[in-house]
Design a protein. Sequence first.
Length: 518
Amino acid sequence: MPVHRPLALLAGLFCASLWLADVSLARDWLSPSPLPAQPPAPSAAQDPPAWAGMVWQGPARGAPAAPAARHCRRAPAPFVIDAQPEAQAAGPRERIAPLAALFAPRGAGLTEAGDAPSPAGRAKAEASPAVRAADAADPSPAPPAPGAAGAALLPRRPAPAPQPAPIQRPADEAVTAGLVDDNADFGEYLAFRQRRTLDLGQRLPRTLAVAERVRLEVRDARGLAVPDAAVAVYAAGRAQPLWARTDAAGRAWLMPQADMAGSVFEVQVSKGGESTRVLWQRGQKDALQAQLSGAAPPPARLDVAFLIDATGSMGDEIDKLKRSMRSIADEVARLPSRPDLCWALVAYRDRGDAFLVRGTDFSHDLAAFQAELAQLQAGGGGDYPEALSEALHTAVHRLSWRGEGTARLLLLVADAPPQLQRGAPHFDDEVRAAAGRGIKLHAVGASGLDALGEYCFRLAAQFTGGRFVFLTYADAARPASGPGRETVHDVRNYSVQTLDQLVVRLVADELAAWPVLP
């Protein structure tokens, strides 16, 4: 038998197997066989344990686990994560440093080994009084005295020009901030993304697709919003669906990604053992409605986590947040819905610092949470980007977010973008996971946030249904000019309030949408 005949026979069998696979895929896609009702919940019957210490193991695969904690009536549980294997070999600093490094007495923020900012990173931190004080002493070796050996070979360092003394602002001065809702003005947001994509070029190695956006609203038979319903968007030929959860208004923003081929998508909505399906056809409509029978809405429950950049340049912002926290909490507690509140904190720096991510898990004890926040100190940093991706992974996957019937807010306060060039976790993956777990991210850009940081912060807020907040000043180019209405960010038609008022407004808006029986 000629050699080419077996080869032809094998090729024919291969083509036949591909044809059968396509037929099977089409049959599975068109058949009404049941689909998973929602992302799997942890199998443990009790609340997730407090995280005493761990090393980041990589991004979650498949469906994000549904939030499952039953309560937060516990004392704040501190945890620490340092994912730097090289840290042990670098020096005497422990791989997981003691908690005192983060929760230390005031003034100890820059004294820990490994926390001094590098010269390359000090431009970012120049507005921080602590870093300005560290920079006052010139670390460069003095040039040789006249006539010393080798003096002719070493150029004399020019004397630094005298710098004006920093303007001392009142300690209790109000902090003003602006706010934009990119889902409310989606056309302008798409124009912003186009401008920034052209400007940033190779600094954006990958990004989430948002040009196709569908608003899903889930109601019950009485017309009330159904909050915290699990949503899955299925596409033919794609192994994993796009996951989301409805917010307090029963709404979810669905953004099919570039790898979701096809023109018809199946959207499955489920809650409490009940599920329903609606179809969305690409290019025909940008709004969907689904109905569940629904049960009586539970009392409002709200989990609020602060995700804070704790590098050296954030000293001023952290001090302002400490001063504001009491009034913010008091205002939230007085809201008409009287929410059942839980508080958590995640602080982060960067690789090479004394720690990567630290904080406290959710607790109902506001006074104890405020005591932990009051001890937070800024320090470290180096290059401009920080370990935001690792911190976001921690906040999304490892805090004990409560289960069904809870509104979940994550408030990011930072002045630098995430590291985008190194390995996992990747910022975009963590943003998608936040949306899948029903965590709405409000991003607060502090002074010094650059164009890449604004792009990342607005992407995270828009994709999860949150808003972008940014500090404003009397002179946008000079944060030391004091509170005002100006900003360097690429925003239009923004409102300005004090930062305290804006944070309370974000919480109030979420709770105002919580369904209440007539």
